[in-house]
Design a protein around this ligand. Structure first.
Ligand SMILES: Cc1cc2nc3c(=O)[nH]c(=O)nc-3n(C[C@H](O)[C@H](O)[C@H](O)COP(=O)(O)OP(=O)(O)OC[C@H]3O[C@@H](n4cnc5c(N)ncnc54)[C@H](O)[C@@H]3O)c2cc1C
Length: 385
């Protein structure tokens, strides 16, 4: 088994870290305070090609394979201290663009992918509703076919990127009341400029504040039938096959964050002197750092196993659920450790460590909560539900 990365991947890693450190970090604290996506930083990332890494070159992207993208996104998380910017990019890639790459018609790909790849269009994933979070099949948004159009009515909430998005990848109920649950949903790609689409509110949140989050209303929105993604009634299958990306690659950047914060903690353990000696000589501090490293390496293995499976063209529901669970929970535990290890400097806004903790909080919720991932793992092992 070969755990090394290629020379090209190593070069990508170096260049992304250098780029992120020099170009993206100055605005990080201010973007968090204002809860605003820094559009200049977005454009710089687009200029480097990040917004199109998984998009085939034929549609203006880089056509990178999943393992190479994992290396690049890990590097972005390592170099960039604006975790909200990185999360906004990841939502764009894994919750919108990749659906079009996998399931779009040639016409849809031609229409949307070049703009998503060059970052001039921002993508969002509008799934969750006020009454339907973990229970995806409980969604109420309905789409009724009228001639060559579908008329959408419904509310999607907690949607990352919604206030700034140009394209919504969304799901609606098309089956009648007697349709079997899993055949009741259909996926659509909806342009924000269609009449009947509006972002009715923005949400203020604890972390990832520079990813703007909003509520999307579809009020008699007439979506051309050409914007149906996959077949009518196949939305849930499409969702369950593509959610692998969100549950694995979207979390690659968190590995980079854990690595960066670990470096900061090691430096602090060396530099901070109490009782006449560095705090790192205390076993309680040393072991905390060792535990952070163990969590990081195990989470990294889970990520690359899932990314490798995706590179081999396989579905990876078990590996991606494990990766999502392992990375998000490890990330949160390690950011709590980082706060404790920095004492008051961990708690005060000025030093940036508390922001890392706030940014880690959402990872065990979005993309399916930890409880839902554990349920998926148990079901895939054959445990009755
Ligand atoms: C930062 C962030 C970004 C997000 N971005 C998006 C986005 O871009 N697009 C989008 O569509 N949504 C997004 N969401 C919404 C997210 O997908 C939902 O919050 C998530 O699916 C959980 O739904 P809920 O909040 O309604 O919680 P609920 O489903 O109400 O769950 C509440 C609690 O009950 C538990 N629970 C529920 N059902 C079960 C069960 N069967 N077994 C065990 N426990 C259960 C949950 O695990 C949780 O602890 C985002 C959320 C966050 C926090």
């Amino acid at each position: 088994m070969d755990f090394s990365i290629t020379a090209e991947q190593a070069a990508l890693r170096r260049s992304v870290i250098r780029f992120a450190r020099t170009e993206l970090n100055d605005a990080a604290a201010e973007s968090d305070r204002l809860a605003r996506l820094d559009r200049e930083s977005w454009k710089k990332c687009a200029g480097l090609g990040i917004t199109g890494w998984p998009v085939p070159t034929a549609y203006g992207g880089s056509g990178f394979d999943p393992v190479t993208i994992a290396v690049g996104l890990e590097a972005l998380g390592y170099g960039c201290r604006d975790n909200g910017l990185v999360f906004a990019l990841n939502n764009h890639l894994w919750a919108c663009a990749v659906y079009l790459v996998e399931h779009g018609t040639e016409d849809q790909k031609q229409r949307f992918l070049p703009g998503l790849a060059d970052g001039s269009l921002i993508g969002a994933h509008a799934l969750t509703e006020p009454g339907s979070g973990s229970d995806v099949l409980g969604m109420r948004t309905a789409a009724v076919r009228e001639g060559d159009e579908y008329v959408l009515h419904g509310t999607k909430t907690f949607i990352s990127n919604a206030p700034v998005a140009d394209v919504f990848l969304t799901f609606a109920r098309t089956g009648g009341p007697d349709a079997p649950a899993a055949a009741a949903l259909t996926a659509f790609v909806v342009s924000r400029d269609l009449p009947g689409v509006s972002v009715s509110r923005s949400w203020d949140k604890a972390g990832l504040r520079s990813t703007e989050m909003g509520q999307v209303e579809f009020e008699g929105c007439r979506v051309p039938a050409s914007c149906l993604l996959g077949a009518e009634g196949n939305g849930f299958n499409l969702f369950t096959s593509s959610i692998d990306w969100e549950r694995s690659l979207l979390f690659a950047s968190q590995i980079g964050v854990m690595d960066r914060v670990l470096d900061d903690c090691v430096a602090h353990a060396r530099d901070r002197v109490q009782f006449g000696r560095p705090i790192g000589v205390n076993q309680a501090v040393r072991h905390r750092i060792a535990d952070m490293k163990v969590r990081l390496e195990l989470a990294r293995l889970a990520l690359y196993k899932a990314a490798w499976r995706k590179r081999e063209g396989q579905l990876a529901p078990l590996d991606s659920a494990i990766a999502k669970l392992a990375i998000s929970e490890s990330h949160l535990s390690s950011m709590l450790d980082a706060v404790q290890l920095h004492g008051a400097r961990g708690y005060l806004a000025e030093f940036g460590v508390e922001r890392e903790l706030r940014d880690a909080l959402g990872g065990t919720i979005y993309g399916g909560t930890s409880e839902i991932q554990r349920d998926i793992v148990a079901s895939l092992l054959g445990v009755p539900s």
